[in-house]
Ligand binder design. Structure first.
Ligand SMILES: [Fe+2]
Ligand SMILES: [Fe+2]
Length: 268
């Protein structure tokens, strides 16, 4: 029997974009489960419904597929029907540093085979619309999770690389992993920091690489070229799953973080 909190494997999947992202996740998850043997699967679902936001139905489908927890981001409140669900479903978290008056909560604890995983969602403050500061709220979340979790995964949903790198250093040694999301482009800096926390600036997205961070490229290009408003739809070209696999080395310590970058050529 393994020791609690040692050799726990956490698969974190970057922003699932639209139906094509959901189908990519569903198509690849069985083989990833077999190959990587994750104890926990956590997914960023902020773009899961129609490319922007999430609905209770989509979230429930993810939970039914064995996803342990869902993190969100700046698109949390796109669909009104999700507001009460965010209050009632503990396993879905929106950034902890949103206003306390906004629906939902910023952290949760999920359990598998006696291991308790805390999941914290944070939003950056640079070029983002979070109502409160990320750094003190990260400390408050860890204080609230004290003695509640064996491992803690933090999703730092932010635009600026500086803020994400800073959050990695701020939490190093106090959490199992700090993973960045939001830019939809994976970065090449996955590593375990000196204090024992796994870190990556951006995990990337699970969706169509053939578009512009998820949007049909002709529409994105029209907007960029003309500077006029364009209605965006989700691209359906070249879907990939972008994630990371974190293996633990004891409570709140990571041994390794590896990128999981998988094409899904048969998915459309
Ligand atoms: Fe996103
Ligand atoms: Fe985002």
């Amino acid at each position: 029997m393994r020791l609690v909190a040692e050799d726990t494997k956490i698969l974190f999947v970057g922003d699932v974009v639209g139906g094509i992202g959901r189908r990519t996740l569903t198509a690849l998850l069985p083989s990833l489960r077999e190959r990587l043997q994750p104890d926990f699967v956590v997914v960023n679902g902020e773009n899961a419904a129609g490319g922007v936001g999430i609905t209770p139905k989509v979230a429930q489908q993810m939970f039914d597929a064995g996803i342990h927890a869902i993190t969100l981001g700046n698109h949390t409140y796109r669909h009104r029907e999700v507001y009460s669900y965010l209050d009632s479903e503990s396993r879905i978290v929106r950034p902890a540093n949103f206003l306390r008056s906004q629906p939902g909560h910023g952290w949760c604890v999920v359990e598998n085979e006696g291991v308790r995983l805390g999941v914290v969602s944070l939003s950056g403050n640079l070029f983002m619309n979070a109502g409160r500061a990320a750094f003190p709220e990260a400390d408050a979340a860890l204080h609230a999770l004290k003695d509640q979790a064996d491992q803690v995964l933090v999703d730092m949903h932010a635009e600026a690389t500086s803020e994400k790198v800073g959050m990695g250093w701020h939490l190093d040694g106090r959490v199992t992993a700090v993973v960045g999301t939001h830019t939809h482009v994976p970065t090449a800096d996955a590593r375990v920091l000196p204090g024992g926390s796994a870190y990556i600036t951006d995990v990337g997205m699970t969706g169509p690489r053939g578009g512009v961070i998820g949007v049909k490229r002709e529409q994105a290009l029209e907007a960029l070229v003309t500077r006029m408003p364009v209605r965006f739809e989700t691209s359906d070209q070249d879907p990939w799953l972008n994630g990371v696999l974190i293996t633990t080395d004891g409570p709140m310590r990571a041994r390794s973080i590896e990128q999981v970058l998988e094409p899904a050529p048969g998915v459309s």
